[in-house]
Write a protein that binds this ligand. Structure first.
Ligand SMILES: Nc1ncnc2c1ncn2[C@@H]1O[C@H](COP(=O)(O)OP(=O)(O)OP(=O)(O)O)[C@@H](O)[C@H]1O
Ligand SMILES: [Mg+2]
Length: 220
């Protein structure tokens, strides 16, 4: 953990520093650490280009994801402090998650179809969407345009395997938001970045994975 992260984490009484283990991975928004044996701790990254959603928006994203995609999520809790709007996330851990390729999409077609159907409903009702690719996925898709034999993976949805079945799990609880939620500059900025990400998702999901998230919604 970096010194800044340690300082950040100390504000949260609920988090036991000794339980924090190895860095597992990181995306655009979070650094993800082992937390105890069965959980992960996600510490938001704050930088010039990226600002995490505000606490109320993070909470509402989680609520929406729980409602629309309840079969595909891990137990997730947003940890807050009494004094500030800072937060971090504790989530049930998946051991050895597999990041899906186009082949996996074909193998798990029914689950992908169901998630896409729910995502279209979410977009139509709220103007929100899952970000399927994640920052690493987007990078791999762009790379595959130049090096076509490199197969990109999805990073925000993974395959959790146990002996008898393979289940898709949505790990990233941050939604892309295309509709106004409040009149702050932060929201405007978030919508701008979300809209670009949404169109990149539409294009690359279709081009690299054969997934069509923008549909004529009449059939649903
Ligand atoms: N519950 C979990 N169990 C195991 N690994 C996880 C878990 N959550 C996240 N990870 C790993 O960490 C990576 C990044 O996690 P996550 O998508 O939540 O971060 P992010 O920073 O919000 O991503 P983005 O780039 O989409 O903003 C995942 O792709 C996965 O490899
Ligand atoms: Mg992610």
């Amino acid at each position: 953990m970096t010194i800044q992260e340690e300082r950040y984490i100390k504000q949260f009484q609920k988090i036991k520093i000794k339980q924090i283990g190895k860095l597992i991975d990181e995306g655009m928004g979070n650094r993800v650490y082992e937390y105890g044996k069965k959980q992960v701790l996600k510490i938001p990254k704050i930088s010039f280009i990226y600002h995490p959603p505000s606490l109320p928006h993070a909470k509402s994203d989680l609520q929406i994801i729980n409602r629309y995609f309840k079969d595909y999520i891990q137990d997730t809790e947003i940890i807050t402090t009494p004094k500030s709007d800072y937060y971090c996330i504790i989530q049930e851990r998946i051991t050895n998650p597999r990041h899906p390729t186009k082949n996996d999409v074909a193998l798990l077609q029914d689950q992908f179809d169901d998630i896409v159907k729910k995502n279209i409903r979410l977009y139509d009702r709220h103007g929100d969407s899952l970000d399927f690719l994640g920052q690493q996925g987007l990078r791999e898709c762009i790379y595959s345009l130049v090096v076509p034999w490199k197969k990109p993976h999805l990073f925000n949805i993974v395959i959790s395997e146990n002996k008898s079945s393979e289940r898709l799990v949505i790990l990233d609880i941050e939604l892309l938001r295309m509709k106004e939620r409040d009149q702050t500059l932060r929201d405007l900025r978030f919508r701008f970045v979300s809209t670009i990400s949404y169109f990149l998702n539409i294009f690359f999901l279709r081009y690299c994975f054969g997934i069509h998230i923008k549909n004529n919604s009449a059939e649903f």
